[in-house]
Design a protein around this ligand. Structure first.
Ligand code: ADP
Ligand code: MG
Length: 700
């Protein structure tokens, strides 16, 4: 295979292998071919051995790889085994050869590069023909045609009878290799200010297929090739890059791009000691949005999150907090959500409708990504946000497929896909920050939230905190808000004018004074590092006092519902939420212990939230049933009553109970007419009542 002039290079690789990889090659020989078929070479080793050889490898990777594989085949082995089809896979390139996916340019063509990103999509693993054996139907001779790139090649003529076929592919005599295509997308933490992530497709073969799952953060090393855009009839002069992958490895999942210097550390610790750290944190989220101190504090707690616990029985309790903002349109929800991207070390911002075919969770899809009718598995927003935060606007608009997968995603923090032969479990260890609009335009605080938003109760109950935002006129608040928005706009105007026109009719001092009021208290860059640092280094434990405070609060809430017929107040789920919140509160101070002050802070915020959503508006009592089941106790009573009423009236008439009579009786026992109508509709929906003829009712 090797030509005479290349003997030198093959020798060089043999020498290199002897010096650096002797043990690995012997191990490979022992395990070849069933358990292992590749020798993984660290580029650093090659460079240390011979910088020129290493540089050649970068410039002509395909050629040099063949020499390296030839050297492997010729290697002296103590056991009698031929490494006939073993691969040499180089990995770990220097930073100069690791461009961001968006930085890939024509000059990278045909060279060896390494890219980092997250696997967004992967086809299933399929056999691909490498060398096809064509059997002539006339004389039976086999003609072998290597299938290197692109289309399926047939022989020009039979090697036996020299006629043009017809041929039949003999599968037994052909050579196949496992193949898979991956789409690698830039990691969310590499993107700033909501840039759209770019992606690169990577083809891989043989033993490295089937090893990574969508959602994995990977380093892929390979050769960049070009593929023409357009189709055969209408080819385009523009080409797309793709990679022939040599090595794909799963990366450590922590925030890899975050370099926190010693100086940063000092600054972070200094900040954490300041008296007003919580206020400053609140003032660092979406400063252009006025008010919402509680919501902003909750968003901060969510960024820091609680500690994930692993129990002896193998199960785990999530530390991630989920939070939901429900409210009237035009109240700044979307603005606050999108601000998260500036300060979260890793985040994904999307709308409930989802921008990809995978939507919010994950999906098995059949599209033009693979060859022909191949299925691929694609990761959605909650998987891409693994170990980070997923900000999902208009959560109520999510697709039906996502709704069912969402329960598992939020509680177990994984997503199972089982369709078309694809069985996979994807990780989604993220916090969800959702926003939703009320079903009927505006929020009505006298109706249970379960009825007002397009989310099922079981899903709503998975949120640790739910805030409702209503837009009610309030002179004092409106004046402040107006002042704030006008100021923000003026500050923005000044900054723009200074940048664009260099006009000097405003002084730098004036600009600074105006913009100062809408600057974040802590610089976004530093805050991002702060969060990453706290999550890595700080795992707070409860003090006895904090534990008691939380326990007492919980028991007190529960006790409100112990007398027989009262609504059940909170469930154990809220207790876990309290623990998570308290831990997050301690982390903001970089404290290793959860103190009573943390307990107080989160009890206050939880109480406010519960009051907003958990209180049964008709009795004024806490009622977690509203959240958990979508129907409050008094409502259940009302439904029961109205059904009994219908049954009574029904007795008196031959063709069912006339609606107007039912409503009249309802009025007599003090039930509002519109409420009664509403409940009758519900009974009809549930099939407990039907209409034998117009405006008459019968119970079932
Ligand atoms: P939503 O998503 O709740 O419908 P948006 O986030 O789109 O609302 O906000 C609409 C506009 O109103 C934005 O330009 C936002 O800046 C402004 N706005 C709403 N509430 C506030 C507030 N409290 N402070 C400052 N601006 C606000
Ligand atoms: Mg919005």
């Amino acid at each position: 295979m090797a030509q005479a002039g290349n003997v030198e290079l093959i020798d060089a690789f043999e020498q290199f292998f002897r010096n650096y990889y002797d043990a690995e090659i012997k191990e490979l020989a022992r395990r070849y071919p069933a358990e292992q078929r590749s020798l993984h070479v660290d580029f650093d080793d090659l460079y240390r051995y011979d910088p020129d050889l290493a540089d050649d490898f970068l410039a002509q990777p395909e050629q040099l790889r063949e020499y390296a594989e030839e050297a492997l085949r010729l290697y002296d082995l103590p056991i009698d085994v031929s490494l006939g089809r073993a691969h040499v896979r180089v990995r770990n390139l220097p930073a100069t050869e690791s461009p961001e996916i968006r930085e890939i340019r024509s000059r990278h063509m045909n060279s060896l590069v390494e890219v980092h990103g997250i696997v967004r999509k992967a086809t299933d693993v399929r056999p691909k023909i490498e060398e096809a054996a064509f059997e002539c139907q006339l004389c039976g001779t086999l003609s072998r045609v290597p299938q290197s790139t692109g289309d399926f090649q047939e022989p020009h003529e039979c090697q036996g009878c020299e006629r043009q076929g017809p041929f039949r592919v003999n599968f037994d005599q052909s050579e196949f290799v496992d193949s898979q295509k991956l789409r690698i997308q830039e990691s969310p933490e590499g993107l700033r200010g909501g840039e759209t992530p770019q992606s690169l497709d990577v083809n891989i073969e043989d033993d490295i297929t089937g090893e990574v799952t969508p959602g994995d953060h990977v380093s892929a090393t390979g050769v960049l090739r070009l593929e023409q855009q357009g189709n055969q009839q209408d080819p385009s002069p523009v080409f797309d890059f793709y990679m022939e992958g040599m090595s794909v490895e799963v990366d450590e999942e922590q925030f890899e791009d975050m370099d926190i210097t010693d100086e940063d550390k000092r600054e972070i610790v200094r900040l954490s000691d300041s008296e007003d750290i919580y206020e400053r944190m609140v003032d660092s989220i979406a400063p252009s949005i006025y008010g919402y101190e509680q919501e902003k504090l909750a968003m901060m707690l969510q960024l820091f999150s609680g500690v994930t616990k692993h129990l002896p029985d193998g199960s785990r309790i999530r530390g991630d907090l989920h939070m939901l903002l429900i409210g009237d349109p035009g109240t700044g929800k979307s603005q606050m959500l999108s601000y998260i991207q500036n300060i979260a070390p890793r985040s994904v911002y999307t709308s409930g409708k989802g921008s990809s075919s995978a939507g919010l969770t994950a999906a098995a899809v059949r599209d033009d990504f693979g060859d022909g009718d191949q299925w691929s598995l694609e990761a959605g927003a909650l998987v891409l946000a693994d170990r980070g935060i997923a900000a999902v606007d208009e959560l109520d608009k999510m697709r039906p497929e996502d709704r069912s997968a969402m329960h598992e995603a939020l509680e177990q923090q994984k997503i199972s896909v089982s369709k078309a032969g694809i069985n996979a479990t994807l990780k989604s260890r993220c916090s969800l920050l959702g926003a939703a609009n009320p079903k009927y335009g505006r929020f009505d605080q006298y109706e249970p939230i379960g009825e007002q938003i397009e989310l099922e109760p079981a899903l709503i109950s998975r949120f640790d905190l739910i805030f409702t935002v209503t837009d009610q006129p309030d002179v004092e608040k409106d004046r402040n808000l107006a002042e704030h928005i006008l100021r923000t706009n003026y500050a923005g105007e000044l900054t723009t004018r200074r940048e664009e026109l260099n006009s000097l009719d405003v002084s730098v001092e004036e600009i600074e004074e105006m913009t100062g009021s809408v600057d974040p208290a802590i610089d976004a860059d530093l805050l991002r590092k702060y969060v990453a640092y706290a999550k890595q280094n700080c795992h707070p434990r409860m003090t006895v006092e904090a534990r008691e405070a939380i326990r007492d609060f919980y028991v007190d809430l529960r006790s409100k519902g112990v007398d027989e017929d009262a609504p059940v107040p909170v469930t154990a789920r809220q207790l876990e939420a309290l623990v998570r919140l308290a831990e997050a509160s301690a982390r903001i101070r970089l404290s290793d212990t959860v103190e009573p002050e943390d307990a107080e802070r989160i009890i206050e915020i939880t109480r406010a939230c519960l009051q907003d959503i958990g209180v049964d508006p008709e009795t004024g009592e806490f009622d977690a049933d509203i959240v958990e089941a979508g129907t409050s106790k008094s409502q259940r009573d009302r439904i029961k009553n109205i059904k009994m009423l219908i049954a009574d009236v029904e007795e008196e008439y031959d063709d069912g109970a006339p609606i107007d009579v039912v409503l009249e009786r309802a009025g007599e026992i003090g039930m509002d007419e519109s409420k009664a109508e509403h409940e009758i509709d519900k009974l009809k929906q549930k099939g407990e009542v039907y209409e034998p003829k117009t405006d008459h009712l019968r119970t079932t």
